[in-house]
Design a protein around this ligand. Sequence first.
Ligand code: ATP
Ligand code: MG
Length: 526
Amino acid sequence: MSEGAAKKEEKPRKFQAIRGTRDLLPPETALWNRVEQTAHEVFATFGFGEIRLPIFEPTELFARAVGSETDIVSKEMYTFEDHDLHELNLRRSRSITDIELFTEPTSVGIILPYAKHFLTEAKQELTAGKLPRTPSNEFLLARIESDLDYLATLTDATPRDAFRDRCSELRRNMQALELGPVISLRPEATASVCRAYIEHNMQQLPQPVKLYYLGPMFRRERPQKGRYRQFYQIGAEVLGGSDAPAIDAEVIEMVMMFFDRLELQGVQLEINSIGCRDCRPKYVELLRAALLKVKDKLGPDSQRRIETNPLRVLDSKLESEQGIIARLPRIADHLCEDCATHYAAVKHQLEMRGVIYRENWRLVRGLDYYMRTTFEITAKGLGSQNAVCGGGRYDGLVELLGGPPTKGIGFAIGEDRLILSLQESGKAPAQQGRDVYIAWMGERAHATAIRAAKDLRKAGFSVELPPVEQKFGKALGQADKLGAKYALILGDNEVSEGLWTLKTLADGSQAKYTEPDLLAHLRKSL
Ligand code: ATP
Ligand code: MG
C-alpha cells in the first residue's frame, strides 16, 4: 500500500466519554440547575453557607477518614502520584524495564549504568527538594545504593538466583520511591470539609459551623443505572458545638424539606443508631462471634467481612443470607446508656418536627467514620439503586484528622439519582422554548431586528435572531420547531410604517404594535 492510501484508510479516532462518565445536556441541565438553586435556597434558610472544595486531596486524607478497609478506599479511588519529575520518572521506567528484560548475571553491565544514573539524579532532586524528603524515600535511596554496590561486585561466577533476587529487590525499591505526593480524586466530601474546618481554624467561629457543598465525586464502581464513576453530590455538614439530638433532627428535617420542595416522590427515611466508641466495638465483637458460628452458610463477601468489617454483613442484599441476618444480635439491644438516650431523643425530636421515619436496625452505612445517628433516604423510580441520600453523625472525625475534639453530623445526596427520580415521576420541567423568534427580511429590517433583539433581551425575554435572511415561511417553521411563543415579523413595510407584526404561534393570530406597545404587550403576556 502506498503512503497516500494508508493515510486515507486512517480515519480520525472518534472519542467517547469514558465509561461511567457522561455529558449532561440541555434541556436536562435546566433541571439540574433548578435542583441546585433549590438547595441554595433551602439550605440558606437553615443558616448554612456554601463551601467550595478542591476536587483532589492527599489520598491519606480519604484513607484516614473514610477508612482503608472500605470499598471506597480499598478499590474505588482514582489515585495517582502528583509530581513534576518527568525526566526522573522516565529514567526509572527505563531502568525497571532493563531489569525485567535482562535476567542473566552477564547482563549486569547493561543494567548498572542506567540505574546508577537514576540514583544520582534522584539524590540531586532530593537535595533540591523536588523529590519528597520522607523517611521512606531516604531509606529507599540508601537501599538502592547498596543494591547497586552489590551488583557492581558481581563476577561471572555469581549464581543466577542471587543475581535475580537482588535485581527484584532493586526493582521494588525503585518502584516504591515516591516521586511526589500521592493524591486521589475525591470519592466524597466530608473528609475535605473536616480538613478545611481544621485548616481555617473554624473552631474559633461561633459554633456550630454549618456548611454545604455540591459537585462531582469519583468512584471506580461498576457503572449501571444510578451508579456512575463521576457522579454528583449535594451535601451538608454541621461541625462543632454540641451533639444535641435536636441538631440531628434539624439536619434531617432540612433534607426532607428540600425533597419536599422538589416534590420528590416516594420519599422514605430510615434511621438507626450504630453506637459510639464505647458500645460499638463490643457489639461488633458479639456480631463477629455470631457470624463465625454461621460462617459456612454465608457468601464469600460476607465471609471476608467477618474479619474486615462485620457491620457491613448487615448491609448484604444476598437472598440466601437474609434469613441468617434476621437472627443476628441487634445493635439497639446493645447500645450504651448514653447512646440509647441520644437515639430516643433524636426520634422524639423528629416527631416534634413532623418528620416521618422508619427504624432499620440493619442500616450501617459504608463509611467508617459514622457513629450514633445514621440515616438513609430512598425515593421512587430508581430500581435497586434507590438511595438518594445517606448521612449520619461522625463526632470523632475532626480529631482523627488532627483537629480538636469536634462534634459533627452531615449527609450527602446523590444528585444524579435525585434527578432520575424527578424525571421518572414527571416532575421535570418541560423544555423551555424561546419567547420570541424574529423573522426579518431585507437589510433595513435586519438593522431594526438587531436593535429589537437587544431591547427584548434586556427586558429578560429569550430571543432567537436568525443570522441570515430567511423566507417568512421558513422562518415561521423554524420558530415552531424551537417552541417559540411569538414570531416578530419585520419586513420593509413594518420598518417604514413603524408598526411591527406579532404572531402568536399557538393560535396563528396576529396584531400590529408600535415598538413601545409591543414591549408592554409582551411584558403583560409572558
Ligand atoms: P450506595 O449504597 O447506593 O452505593 P453509598 O452508601 O455508597 O450508596 P454514600 O457514600 O453515602 O453512598 O453517598 C451518598 C449518596 O450518593 C448515595 O445515597 C447515592 O445517592 C449517591 N451515590 C453514591 N455512589 C454513587 C455512584 N457511584 N453514582 C451515583 N450516585 C452515587
Ligand atoms: Mg456505594
